[in-house]
Design a protein around this ligand. Sequence first.
Ligand code: ADE
Length: 234
Amino acid sequence: MDNRIQIDIVTGLPDLLGGFIEESIVGIARKKGIVELTVHNLRDFGVGKHRQIDDYPYGGGSGMVLMAEPIFRCLESIGVKPNTEGTDREEVIFLTPDGQRFDQKTANALTMKHRLVLIAGHYKGIDQRVRDYFVTKEISIGDYVLSGGELAAAVVVDAVCRLMPGVLGDSMSALSDSFQDDTLDAPAYTRPASFREMDVPEVLLSGDHRRIHDWRESMRMDKTRERRPDLLDL
Ligand code: ADE
């Protein structure tokens, strides 16, 4: 299995993503050669002397709309095909509050792709023709409106990268995450065993792997039942 993925992020605000890319799990995945990530500055494809990337909406209304031309030119320069000609190994994702809600299942599915192209909209949105022509999937990270898609793109990239085989040191660690099997994760503790008179549950110090496993399972179920019963009624 090829465990590498190419990720392109298209944005008018590339500096927003700098620290995230360098410092996060994504940075580790890049250094290991598992993720090849490039941020494309829409300004480089802007129109006219001022390299314009947005304009007023037809029909009036507040806010600015990202223009079709800079995005078309940017996507074409990196070989992105129209959605009618795409393959199932590539996904062109537009981050938008009216997209499909992002979850762990979608993150898992995206790890199977060879290439993800994420378009971060800004201002009031992007020209609909970009969505019609290129986009294969529209993703929302939750029912709230961010001022741009960059943070949403970072969320998706982080969730996908940490699932790529070889990225996390402990290969079991992603498998036991909250949501990975539709339950929430058990509480975690580290040293010291007693801190300000608060003690780590005795079972975790017992060295008895069977008991530890059973305790974690029961904590996962209790927590899920209490906080997210919706995850259990499938
Ligand atoms: N852009 C603005 N708000 C967003 C959201 N909730 N999810 C994804 N992209 C967005």
